[in-house]
Design a protein around this ligand. Structure first.
Ligand SMILES: *Cc1c(COP(=O)(O)O)cnc(C)c1O
Length: 409
């Protein structure tokens, strides 16, 4: 087979790792670096202007969430929001009737959740890791049957970053709400429900009241906003201890001078994404379906990881992120393929970006029942704003060529 002609431009297919910042976001942030640089806590006009800008952004974000501005805590990104949620709830509940509190999460969470929970387990907190089915789904029944009198926290991600599975958050929230109603009469602690929505923000409904969540983690870097900025939605009345102590900013939950340009950029990114959300959901879903169709026709022995890809949105509820494709290419090593793809100016990844420094097989793929070998032959493509049919056609051709090349070896 003849090698395909190399694209001179980068074909970026790793939007689940991070997104480029939209130029309009950069423009909105610009004045807050140099001209409007005041500390929001200062009393003079320059400070007040910064304060007002942050509060205006907070109001906007609260509008998107359909919540009160007082329920939005700005943080330094998804990982920090998640740490604040998990350690915050844990620190607020040292023990329950003499017993160490219990936390429920899943085997397929992002490392930000898994490593936080692991640290809490080392401190003596009891942890249950729910096992997903072969498509990555957790059921409300699994959550219900794992609840204990000492349970204080349930953390289930909204959409998986590796295989795109969309978890039934609303239904899980309902199960927890029902349990809480009974627990109050028994003098048991109220269970707090957290969801990591970093991958969901760009496509799905993120209103906490629709999702029945108490805590929701969001970041800017997956929605064409700046990195190291995000927010945690904290439902009024949720018991939460801070992670970072100091001047008492962000209602004493996140001290430190506010990242004013970051917050402005995050709000702008949310605004822009909101405007294109539904259109992109359909457009990228069609492109992703086209991608897998073409690939299955050209390359043999490919298997899809994650929820079945159902055409023309023939399902009642979206079960998989529209921009996610994760496949096993039998007989090809994933990491080698990523490097070969890079030589063709295509950026993709093996599972999650955070585990790219070690060669361990993806914990998500193992949890859904894949073997180590299958996991190591898996690659993830995630589509975004700049993805079009031409780029997909090019990628399919390159993949066709590279599979033949690598399989022969
Ligand atoms: C990216 C991501 C995070 C981490 O967010 P950062 O802003 O990089 O700290 C957490 N969870 C999920 C599902 C993600 O995709």
């Amino acid at each position: 087979m003849k090698p395909p002609k190399k694209s001179t431009k980068t074909v970026y297919l790793d939007y689940a790792a991070t997104t480029p910042v939209d130029p309009r976001v950069v423009k909105a942030m610009q004045p807050y670096w140099t001209d409007l640089f005041g500390n929001p806590s200062s009393l003079y006009r320059l400070g007040v202007e910064s304060h007002m800008a942050v509060e205006k952004a907070r109001q906007f974000v609260a509008g998107v969430f359909s919540c009160s501005p007082a329920e939005i805590v700005f943080t330094a990104g998804g990982t920090e929001s998640i740490n604040l949620a998990l350690f915050g709830v844990a620190r607020a509940h040292k023990n329950i009737h003499g017993k160490k509190p219990h936390i429920i999460t899943t085997q397929i969470e992002h490392h930000a959740v898994l490593e936080s929970v692991r640290a809490l387990a080392l401190e003596g907190y009891a942890v249950t890791y729910l096992r997903p089915d072969s498509e990555g789904f957790i059921t409300p029944e699994q959550v219900a049957s794992s609840l204990r009198p000492e349970t204080i926290l349930v953390s289930v991600m909204y959409a998986n970053n590796e295989i795109g599975t969309i978890e039934p958050i609303t239904q899980i929230g309902k199960v927890i709400e029902e349990a809480n109603r009974k627990r109050i009469t028994k003098g048991l602690p109220v269970i707090t429900f957290h969801s990591d929505a970093c991958q969901a923000t760009g496509f799905l409904d993120i209103r906490p009241n629709q999702l029945n969540v108490d805590l929701l983690s969001i970041n800017g870097s997956k929605i064409y906003g700046p990195k190291q900025v995000g927010c945690l939605y904290v439902r009024k009345g949720t018991k939460l201890a801070p992670l970072i102590y100091g001047g008492g900013q962000e209602k004493e939950l996140r001290s430190g001078t506010e990242n004013v340009p970051g917050v402005i950029g995050f709000a702008k990114a949310l605004e822009l994404q909101l405007a294109i959300k539904e259109k992109e959901l359909v457009r990228l879903g069609i492109l992703r379906d086209y991608f897998i169709d073409r690939l299955l026709k050209k390359v043999s022995n490919i298997e899809i990881n994650g929820p079945e890809i159902v055409k023309n949105n023939k399902v009642k509820y979206l079960r998989r992120l529209p921009n996610n494709l994760n496949i096993i290419i039998d007989g090809v090593e994933g990491e080698a393929l990523i490097l070969y793809l890079d030589s063709y100016n295509i950026a993709a990844s093996t599972g999650s970006a955070c585990s790219s420094t070690n060669n361990d097989p993806s914990h998500v793929l193992l949890a859904i029942g894949r073997t180590e070998e299958q996991a190591k032959s898996s690659v993830r493509f995630s589509l975004g704003k700049d993805t079009d049919k031409k780029k997909i056609d090019y990628t399919v051709n390159v993949l066709h060529f590279l599979t033949e090349l690598l399989r022969v070896k």
